[in-house]
Design a protein around this ligand. Sequence first.
Ligand code: SAM
Length: 259
Amino acid sequence: MTEKKMNMEQGHWVLAKLGKRVLRPGGRELTAQMLEAMNINETDDVVEFAPGLGQTARLTVAHKPHSYTAVELNEEAASRVRHNVNYTNMRVVAADAAQTGLPDACATKVYGEAMLTMQSAPQKNAIVREAARLLKAGGLYAIHEIVICPDDAGSELQRTIEKDLAHSIKTNVRPLTLSAWRAVLEENGFEVVWTKQSPMHLLEWRRVVADEGWGGFLRIVWRMLRNASARKRVLNMRSIFRKHDKNIQAISMVARKRA
Ligand SMILES: C[S@@+](CC[C@H](N)C(=O)[O-])C[C@H]1O[C@@H](n2cnc3c(N)ncnc32)[C@H](O)[C@@H]1O
C-alpha cells in the first residue's frame, strides 16, 4: 500500500493490515463478558452486525447456536469471515446493518461491536431499529462501543473528542454518553438489562498482548517497525486515546426487545 493510501485508510483497517484481529474498544475481555451476559446456546438464531475479521464470530459458533448470520458492509471483510469461520448453519450477508434484507423476527440474539460509534445519529437509530425488527419479542441485542464519561460531559468536550478521534481514525467517530446510549436503545424498542464499562486500552501493549497473544503482539511490532506510515498512524491513534483517557471508555450493553 502506498504511503498516501495508508495515511487516508480508516484506523481499523490500518490495524488489521498490521495483523491486529481484535478491533473493538474493550478487547476480548469485554467481548467475553458480553457473550456470557447474552448466554448464547443451541436454541439461538444469532445475527452479528459488522463481524470485521470474524474473531467474535468464532467464539459465538463455539456455543453451537441453531444458526449464525453475519451482516458485514465491507465485501473484503465479508469474504474474510466466510474464510475464517467454519460453521454448518452459517451465512454471511454483504449488506448495511441498517437494511439487512433478512426477514422479520428471524433472530433470538443480535449483536454488533465497534460499529455503532462510527455512525451518525440517524444511522445509529436505523441500525438499532433493524436489530429490533430482526428479533423475536424478548430477544436480546448487545452492543460494544465507545462511551463518553462522565455522563454530564459538556457538548464542547464531546465535540473535541469527536473531532480528535475522527481526525486520527479517519472515519466518523461519534461516541455517546451512557445515558445517550441507553436512550438510543430505549427509543427503538429495547430495555437495557446489563451494562459493563472498561478502560479504552485498545492500543496499550498489555491489552494488545491480552487480545492478540505474544506472537500476535510481536508480529504487529515487527510490521510497525518496517512500515513508517502505519507506525505513525498507530502512534497517533494511541496518543489521542491517551489524551482523552479520562473521558472515553469501552462499554457493552445488553438490551431486551420489549414485547
Ligand atoms: C472497527 S471494525 C470492528 C470489527 C469487529 N466487530 C471487531 O470488533 O473486531 C468496524 C466494522 O464495521 C463494519 N461496518 C461499518 N458500518 C457498517 C454497517 N452500516 N453495516 C455493517 N457493517 C458495518 C466495517 O466494515 C468493519 O468491519
